[in-house]
Design a protein around this ligand. Structure first.
Ligand SMILES: Nc1ncnc2c1ncn2[C@@H]1O[C@H](COP(=O)(O)OP(=O)(O)OP(=O)(O)O)[C@@H](O)[C@H]1O
Length: 271
């Protein structure tokens, strides 16, 4: 059994500017508990608006939270640190986030954009000028792994959605976090690149001291990606456990309001 690297207890979170009238049913996240072990790939699934992205944002430190997010931190404070006590640099060495694709207004090249992932580990404002070997190795390695080495000098404003998604994944990997948060990482990717990305994440997470949490809408990809699943409903975990148990269980049919396995089977039969 692998050691835990993340322990989440009673996690609740909300958007500070959410209208008071929308808050009558409580915060968006309503007391989530889970642990993440080294090497684990945990998938978050659930219908639109159930709070998947909000959960990733709370873990990434973009949202204030109640409850506890403990990150393994060997040698310090008994080996665990509360997420909101870390400096942003410390946090960035522990957690990397690939968010849903957003426009990047800055016409940096692909390599410069990936280099930004090294910010927390460097001493300069923009690491290109002060890159050490560890930085350039991490940048080149992650660009290679994401299949973007050949476009390293292209401005990111000239890329397709799928290319840009791979650049942002490469930036998150160059950061070398112990926990990688992926928000619908296969969006914009063609089938070949979807499978390449999942294989790459498999290899990345198997390298000791690392784990991944991914949000997926495509339940086929979720089952390819995950060894554990949390099924969310209205800000809570409706159920969680080994991927096969949750994806093939009864609760998923209730939450999605359909026979999920039969629907996927019927869709595949159309091939
Ligand atoms: N910036 C925001 N301010 C206020 N409310 C928000 C904000 N972002 C999301 N919400 C609300 O939080 C709830 C959960 O949204 P979230 O994006 O976490 O859901 P999700 O499960 O990721 O949805 P989807 O599957 O559609 O991506 C929704 O009711 C949404 O309206």
């Amino acid at each position: 059994m692998s050691a835990d690297i993340l322990r989440v207890t009673g996690l609740s979170a909300d958007y500070p500017r959410r209208k008071q009238s929308s808050r009558k049913d409580g915060p968006i996240l309503k007391g989530i508990d889970f642990t993440l072990a080294e090497g684990q790939k945990l998938c978050i699934i659930g219908p639109n608006g159930c709070g998947k992205t909000t959960l990733l944002r709370a873990l990434a430190g973009i949202l204030p939270y109640q409850g506890s997010i403990l990150l393994r931190s060997p040698g310090a404070d008994g080996g665990w640190k509360e997420r909101n006590t870390l400096t942003s640099r410390e946090a960035a060495t522990k957690i990397g986030l690939l968010s849903q694709l957003s426009q990047n207004p800055w016409p940096f090249t692909v390599r410069e954009t990936v280099s930004l992932g090294r910010y927390a580990r460097s001493t300069g404002l923009f690491p290109d000028s002060v890159q050490k070997k560890a930085d350039s190795d991490a940048i080149s390695g992650s660009m290679q792994a994401c299949g973007i080495a050949s476009i390293s000098e292209t401005p990111v404003t000239e890329l397709s959605g799928g290319q840009l998604q791979r650049v942002f994944l490469s930036r998150a990997l160059a950061q070398e976090p112990s926990i990688l948060l992926l928000d619908e990482p296969t969006n914009h990717l063609d089938l070949r690149h979807q499978l390449d990305l999942l294989s790459h994440i498999d290899a990345w997470s198997a390298q000791g001291g690392r784990a991944v949490i991914g949000v997926f809408h495509d339940l086929n990809l979720a089952s390819r990606f995950a060894d554990a699943v949390i099924l969310m409903e209205d800000g809570r975990a409706a159920c969680s456990g080994p991927a096969k148990d949750v994806l093939r269980g009864e609760e998923i049919n209730r939450v999605y309001g359909m026979d999920v396995a039969r629907t996927i089977g019927e869709l595949l039969q159309n091939w």
